[in-house]
Write a protein that binds this ligand. Structure first.
Ligand code: HEC
Length: 146
């Protein structure tokens, strides 16, 4: 088998292009192109916990509080806790059976669409705004001392 110089040049050119693409991706130049990017940012927990406190007050406290169970379970310590694991709250069987640990990624998925994440759960609420989710997750993390 013979390899021409022309082919070798093409291989080098492809290699160089791959390096450039990898660098652009690593530096976030493709953020707008990748649907994954906002979710990854949320997963990094770059939210603002002060703004999150306000969002929590307006969007979550109809059903939740930090220290008392209401329609939903109390939240202090929820970050890092196994889903559905408080002894004194009556969860749906689905949430109780879940083995998810609440962190940036799982909370982001839960708040985006709880039913898609844990089918059969009972939280009838979604937080559609990416930045609001990031901020409220930062707040829950702070209040959990995590
Ligand atoms: C309409 C009422 C309602 C609203 C509003 C609501 N939740 Fe819930 N939430 C629930 C219920 C009910 C559950 C328990 C679900 C189950 O047992 O399946 C729950 C469960 C949770 C859990 C799981 C906790 C655990 O112990 O595993 C988290 C986390 C959570 N909610 C976060 C939030 C956040 C953050 C907000 C505001 C952005 C919010 N919820 C708004 C009703 C609500």
């Amino acid at each position: 088998m013979t390899i021409s110089y022309r082919n070798i040049h093409l291989v080098f050119a492809a290699g160089a292009l791959a390096t450039v693409v990898a660098t652009l991706v690593a530096t976030g130049a493709f953020t707008a192109a990748g649907a994954m990017a906002p979710a990854q940012n949320a997963a990094l927990g770059a939210g603002d916990s002060e703004r999150g406190a306000q969002i929590y007050k307006t969007r979550c406290t109809g059903c939740h509080s930090l220290d008392a169970n209401r329609i939903g379970p109390r939240h202090r310590g929820v970050y890092g806790r196994v889903a559905g694991s408080l002894d004194d709250f009556r969860y749906s069987p689905a949430l109780q059976a879940a083995t998810v640990v609440w962190d940036d990624n799982s909370l982001n998925r839960w708040l985006t669409n709880p039913e898609a994440f844990i089918p059969g759960q009972r939280m009838g609420f979604r937080l559609g705004d990416d930045a609001a989710r990031r901020d409220v997750i930062a707040f829950l993390k702070r209040e959990s001392g995590a």
